[in-house]
Design a protein around this ligand. Structure first.
Ligand SMILES: [Zn+2]
Ligand SMILES: [Zn+2]
Length: 268
């Protein structure tokens, strides 16, 4: 069974803790065969507007230090997690022109301007009605991001449920939005892109991922990436094997790794 983590943050991310070299060493100890580093680049800034172009200088240094490790039995890939990229496509395009880039996760962390671009992390969720308003808005942003098309894999689709359900205890799921999700997943499939199973921080959301994988397959989806979304060595590897099993249970025979922005199927 392959152990491949395609979503990982180093201290390049504002919320990351460890050096890429230390994450790579930990991966080797855990028997992980490939890692793709995907530090954050948010293309919008809360209520303050759009972000400035991404400066890769520090990321390159960090990555080179990890690549310089001798005899490391782990393939190290060079990725990025771009947030709300469709709202700032020029800066996104510039960031994605980085030579040697392997992979871009397209994520939505912020609500649309209609809901003041609030980060779901900072919203206090108190009722199903309020959650539905935010989920409706979130899916609008995902639809726009998917139509923008510059990403490789859609990151953590059930993301707001981390806060609505797991943290704030509101009973809400994605199944009320099946039609909209089918449309999103059909566009992802049609464009030859991937969706992600985010394994570590969403272990209580595995049923949600199973349901999404079923829909994605029905809509012709082929490519699924698996990532822990770890922000430190201590969380590495969590849920990778369970995510692989979930893929298999939903009829996928491969997981996907992107090299130089091309999907590479890895047999489960
Ligand atoms: Zn994210
Ligand atoms: Zn992340």
């Amino acid at each position: 069974m392959p152990l491949i983590d395609t979503h990982l943050h180093s201290l390049i991310s504002y919320d990351g803790k460890d050096h890429r070299a230390d994450l790579a060493r930990t991966a080797a100890q855990l028997g992980i065969q490939a890692l793709c580093f995907t530090d954050h680049y948010e293309l919008v800034q809360d209520k303050a507007g759009l972000s400035a172009p991404w400066d890769w200088t520090e990321t390159r240094k960090e990555h080179q230090a990890a690549l310089a490790l001798k005899d490391l039995p782990v393939e190290l890939l060079y990725g990025i997690e771009i947030g709300n990229a469709h709202e700032n496509p020029e800066c996104a395009r510039l960031a994605l022109s980085e030579p040697g880039l392997d992979f871009a996760i397209g994520s939505i962390h912020f609500a649309t301007p209609k809901l003041n671009r609030e980060d779901h992390y900072f919203v206090s969720f108190t009722s199903a009605q309020q959650c539905r308003l935010y989920l409706d808005d979130y899916l609008t942003a995902i639809e726009e991001m998917v139509l923008w098309d510059g990403y490789d894999s859609v990151g953590h689709i059930p993301y707001p449920l981390r806060y609505m359900r797991e943290r704030d205890g509101v009973e809400i799921g994605l199944t009320d939005f099946e039609d909209r999700l089918r449309y999103i997943l059909s566009m992802v499939a049609k464009n030859g892109k991937a969706i992600e199973v985010n394994s570590c921080r969403s272990q209580n959301l595995m049923a949600e991922y199973g349901w999404l994988l079923g829909l994605f397959r029905e809509e012709g989806g082929e490519y699924v990436t698996v990532g822990t979304d770890s922000h430190c060595c201590a969380h590495m590897g969590k849920g990778l094997a369970e995510s692989n099993a979930l893929l298999e249970a939903n009829g996928f025979r491969y997981l996907t790794l992107f090299r130089r922005r091309k999907p590479c199927p890895i047999k489960l």
